[in-house]
Design a binder for this molecule. Structure first.
Ligand code: MN
Length: 447
């Protein structure tokens, strides 16, 4: 059975020895994030005494592809493919009564974020940040739910500053602001990997990401009505904050250490005012330490799933894609194709660039190259690519504002075709091989 709540997932991790408890008191400023970062990719950590809070904090619940594969119930080489399948086969959710929703065990309309153990992660961060909150909003025109994760700067007991990059939520916010209206939002904290992954899907507007979570669970996700907002929130969440994005209000937000391993600068940003907090009786707070494997992978696996589908529309013989860690799991994409026709590599790159603003450099390789092995990809670039012929650059397209080399988000794009030319003489690009090498066990020869 797949875990359908943070608690169930922590049980799975605990059984596998992949959850460690820290029972000594840790400082919410830096110390908690430092421990989480050291454990990143190895095991999840639960801090039982974070600062002076009675509420424990967990981090690192999805720090490797192996863990995400486990959560999804597939083998590690299938994670992106499986996500693509779920996105193509969404499943409706189910609404439960408040009495059947653990997240309604405690309800307060007098929100004080000071009661939650919200960490300060990096040296120059502007303050405590909620980093693992899935934000729910509805399209003001169609009423369809949308999920996204944003950095949320604690500005006061019931106020959060928010970075909204130009995607679906920014569109809703613009529409609401044009009419001078607030936009209702809810923020769910304390979730299992599946719901976090679903929130990161590359979807067209009007696609409800909750339905991807249902497909991945293999059964309808349970939602419950908000207390003060007309939104449905995950019934199994640990904590839900409700409120609205204020129209025409901007306050200083930032700086914040971001996934590209640089600080996103402080600037005036939109503000959320909170109207209610609901939670379990004994909630667990969750944080994602920015720029860790957990942060990068929770974003990259869903994007890879979306990209596989989009690139296959252009080049059906696309085998797999990888948003590489060195490229912050956002900016660099490696594509493996089973090349049939000259030019396919370029078409695959066009599809990739057209599908995501974040993608900056793309390399396409043949099926014999392992796109999960950076050395193998570099070898293909070194030996199968001639820059004058195989590299193209498009200047000043829309990129990612968090890339410090961009001009406030205006960014060049580069494509590298590292596939063997179709007209190459037979044998010129044959990879050397020693017969029997793969079967040899060195310990049988050298003790
Ligand atoms: Mn969306």
């Amino acid at each position: 059975m797949r875990a359908r709540s943070l608690r169930q997932w922590l049980q799975v991790l605990n059984t596998d020895g992949m959850l460690k408890h820290v029972d000594k008191k840790v400082n919410l400023s830096y110390e908690l994030a430092a421990v989480g970062k050291k454990a990143d990719g190895r095991f999840a950590v639960q801090f039982d005494k974070p600062g002076d809070s009675q509420v424990p904090v967990v981090t690192g619940i999805g720090g490797s592809r192996e863990l995400l594969a486990r959560a999804m119930g597939v083998s590690v080489d299938r994670v992106a493919e499986h996500f693509a399948w779920a996105q193509a086969n969404p499943m409706e959710c189910t609404i439960v009564e408040a009495g059947a929703a653990p997240v309604k065990e405690r309800v307060t309309h007098d929100v004080d974020l000071g009661t939650l153990p919200i960490p300060v992660h990096h040296e120059k961060d502007g303050g405590p940040y909620i980093t693992a909150g899935v934000l729910i909003a509805k399209d003001p025109k169609t009423g369809v739910s949308n999920l996204s994760i944003h950095r949320l700067h604690v500005l006061g007991p019931n106020r959060l500053g928010i970075l909204i990059l130009p995607r679906h939520l920014s569109h809703f916010h613009r529409m609401a602001e044009a009419e001078g209206k607030p936009l209702e939002v809810a923020i769910a904290i304390g979730l299992d990997p599946i719901l976090l992954l679903a929130s990161q899907a590359l979807t067209s507007p009007g696609y409800d990401e909750y339905t991807i979570a249902s497909a991945l669970y293999g059964q309808p996700l349970e939602l419950v009505k908000g207390e003060t907002v007309d939104l449905e929130v995950p019934a199994q969440a640990e904590i839900v904050l409700e409120g609205y994005l204020l129209p025409a209000v901007r306050e200083m937000e930032g700086p914040f250490g971001e996934y590209p391993k640089y600080y996103g600068p402080a600037s005036p940003k939109p503000v959320i005012e909170l109207t209610a907090m609901t939670s379990r009786m004994d909630p667990i707070f969750q944080t994602i330490v920015p720029a860790t494997k957990e942060h990068l992978l929770l974003g990259s696996v869903p994007r890879e799933g979306g990209l596989i589908q989009i690139i296959r529309n252009a080049v059906p013989n696309t085998r797999s894609v990888h948003l590489t860690p060195g490229g912050t799991c956002r900016y660099h994409l490696a594509i493996s194709i089973d090349k049939q026709n000259e030019g396919e590599a370029k078409n695959a790159m066009f599809a990739a660039f057209g599908s995501s603003q974040e993608i900056k450099h793309v390399v396409v390789v043949d099926k014999d190259v392992d796109i999960f092995n950076p050395e193998d990809v570099e070898w293909a670039v070194a030996t199968r690519c001639q820059a004058g012929r195989d590299v193209f650059i498009v200047e000043r397209a829309l990129g990612n504002k968090l890339d410090p080399s961009s001009d406030d988000g205006i960014s060049d794009k580069m494509g590298i075709d590292a596939t063997v030319p179709s007209d190459a003489p037979v044998g010129r690009f044959e990879r050397i091989r020693i017969p029997g090498e793969d079967k040899i066990k060195l310990e049988d020869y050298c003790s």
